[in-house]
Write a protein that binds this ligand. Sequence first.
Ligand code: ARG
Length: 551
Amino acid sequence: MAACSFRRTIASQLSKVLDLPPENLIKSISAVPVSKNRHVADFQLSIASVTEGSSSDCLAQDLNLQAQKLAERTVLQQVLKDGSEYGVKSELFSTVPRQKAVIEFSSPNIAKKFHIGHLRSTIVGNFIANLKVALGHEVIRINYLGDWGMQFGLLAVGFQRFGNKDKLKSSPLQHLFEVYVQINKAAEDENTKKLAKDFFRKLEEHDEQPLSLWKQFRDFSIEEYIRIYKRLGVHFDEYSGESFYQEKSQEVLKILEDKGLLQKTEKGTGIVDLSEKKDLSSFSTVMRSDGTSLYITRDLAAAIDRMNKHSWDTMIYVTDKSQSNHFQHLFQILKLMGYDWAERCQHVSFGLVQGMKTRRGEVIFLEDVLNEVRSRMLQNMASAKTTKEIEDPMETAEKVGLAALIVQDFRGLLSSDYQFSWDRALQSRGDTGVFLQYTHARLHSLEQMHGNEQLTDVNVACLQEPSAISVLQHLLRYDEVLYRSSQDLQPKHIVSYLLTLSHLAAVAHKTLPVKGSTPELAQARLRLFQAARSVLANGMKLLGITPVTQM
Ligand code: ARG
């Protein structure tokens, strides 16, 4: 019987009494969070929202008992049987239609800083994509690069002056950034400005030589991005970018004009009136006075193109909240253009991270952050007494370090700003990614120690201790937590769930020895720890963390 079928069992009984379809009731049944004082499996039936009747109290009590028995008997089997699908198969998701989602995230700008906002976009977007895939949706991951604009004119002039082909090949991101910084200093000079403008104009006219240089900048950069994203466990289905929409944005301007939505200002720029009263109290500029497109025009073209290409059901953009206005305008214009699907576009925004510095200073390259967290973690591991002989300490340090970054970032609401701290993130005790990894590694080695054989006919009824029951109860709630995160796209529900799971598992580990117990009890306890580790690993992977098996 499925762990999640408690809900079904309870719902179908309730449905008879209340004369309502069980589907309507499933979501009203929730497992009460574990509290230290209560050690019985408890199900809260928030049926008040469905009905108000005196019989429901009795009924609820009855169902509680039943739920308790079911919980203790079946959750472990279910977790171990479903493996990575535990929780996502829950009835809670049975009424959610499978969809195709385009998720656009990371989206750095070539030759510019990869700042902490891009890192946040990367891990948040990756989390949303992982979660959607786990829940059975089809996901297209798009990286929309800042790969067009005047900066490329300047960059090309800079490259001719300070560039080096070998460096471009060996470390494109760093080299292009350096060239860009250098040429920016020189750009005061009128001649440089003119050269840059000329180059960019030729680029827009698709002149072969400028285009081929630009393409090298882009291709080499992408190659390096792919390598670095790989360290983060992130991949993209498409490397798109603003450059793709140079021409298509001219078509957008044409449509806007044909629909009577494009107005010309005195200065000759093109704007779209977004105000309700059509008094220009709110508007968006979509065209420069020379007829060229802007950031938002290219985004309009990109949105339409993605719809044509992918016929998606939902499209999500992940950036910091400073771009909220931009996306609101984007969706409003699409709506005015008559695209009803604009309502299915969503901007997932997040707050600012303050004070992240690496040894090199302010964050400029993603790779610096990854190297920094890895080396700090290596140091911590070397000084910790508990650290065993590890096969590949660098790789372990990287995975644990990333877990630390991700958990620190995902602990609060995405929209809140937070102060970054290496020390806080990397604490081995307390609510950190290091603690999650540590718990996972410990549970894993417990399994290893006692053999990994398929246990059959385990008598889970002998798991009667409060610390065991707490873990069982907590395992039962996993689907609810996934459901919550899938609704508001906030990773914090999963993070705090996993932290609690780890704390409960630590207590259980301390109080429920496997060694020295009767075979029956030992087997049941092993099962319990196995199930806890399995759910912990599943949840960590959703967050974008690779669980380690030793540390
Ligand atoms: N490249 C932009 C930046 O770094 C982010 C792009 C966000 N996505 C978009 N479709 N506008 O700010």
